[in-house]
Ligand binder design. Structure first.
Ligand SMILES: Nc1ncnc2c1ncn2[C@@H]1O[C@H](COP(=O)(O)OP(=O)(O)O)[C@@H](O)[C@H]1O
Ligand SMILES: [Mg+2]
Length: 219
């Protein structure tokens, strides 16, 4: 499966300009793990690739407090969507300078600016996140910056179990993790699921080792 995806990415990169491919899916569907695994598998002598997660555009807690929406962190309105659009547009057009993207640190649950360099020679950017196929503004404009968008399809039971385990790994008690998944993540998942049919490719879940990045705490 992953070999076919790597080949598809390498074919997409045969064009002149930089390629940007999105990976969408519900919380815990395995987007970050898949994206990191694909970047690791692509032959760097053929295509230099990197991953830019939407999670880097989580608003900071201080701003979520000001807006009164911290209790639903992860919902679509808790991301800086226009900032993400601006960065993708820059990634698309600026191949003269290193473009720095933010990452998300799961230990402190905050975005960290300037963490991911997209070098002038980077030919492929994989970007992954919950809402890449959403129809609310400005998400269609974000979709327009992406050459393809793939959707991670996975049964709810496996996904929720992985999500609870991930929350626990990063400091929540099992009860807190289950409450957060039921109250916040699953509400978002319902919205995201409805967008999956618009993907260029729907990916079934396959067993895959956790990405080193997810073990290092960065999404
Ligand atoms: N294919 C897989 N097989 C087994 N475990 C996985 C797989 N994909 C992801 N996981 C685990 O499930 C959890 C959620 O995956 P993650 O990639 O963080 O999802 P997302 O980025 O979509 O929220 C992580 O803890 C990860 O290690
Ligand atoms: Mg992720």
């Amino acid at each position: 499966m992953d070999d076919e995806l790597v080949e598809r990415l390498e074919r997409l990169c045969e064009r002149q300009r930089r390629t940007i491919v999105g990976i969408a899916g519900c919380p815990g569907a395995g987007k970050s793990t898949l994206a990191e695994s694909l970047v690791d598998r692509i032959d760097p002598d053929r295509v230099r690739a990197t991953c830019v997660p939407l999670d880097g555009f989580h608003l900071a807690d201080a701003e979520l407090d000001r807006l009164g929406i911290k209790a639903r962190k992860g919902a679509i309105e808790t991301f800086d969507a226009h900032g993400y659009l601006a960065l993708l547009t820059r990634i698309r057009h600026d191949t003269r300078n290193t473009v720095y993207a933010p990452n998300f640190d799961r230990d402190i649950e905050q975005p960290v600016a300037g963490h991911i360099p997209v070098f002038p020679g980077t030919r492929l950017v994989l970007t992954e996140g919950n809402y890449l196929l959403d129809s609310a503004q400005p998400w269609p404009e974000i979709r327009a910056q992406l050459d393809e968008v793939w959707f991670c399809d996975i049964d709810d039971e496996t996904r929720q179990a992985r999500l609870v385990a991930r929350h626990v790994r990063f400091g929540k008690t099992p009860a807190q993790a289950q409450e957060w998944v039921a109250r916040v993540d699953e509400r978002n998942a319902e919205r995201i699921k409805r967008t999956g049919h618009q993907a260029d490719l729907v990916l079934p879940a396959v067993p895959r080792a956790p990405s080193p990045a997810s073990l290092r705490n960065l999404s």
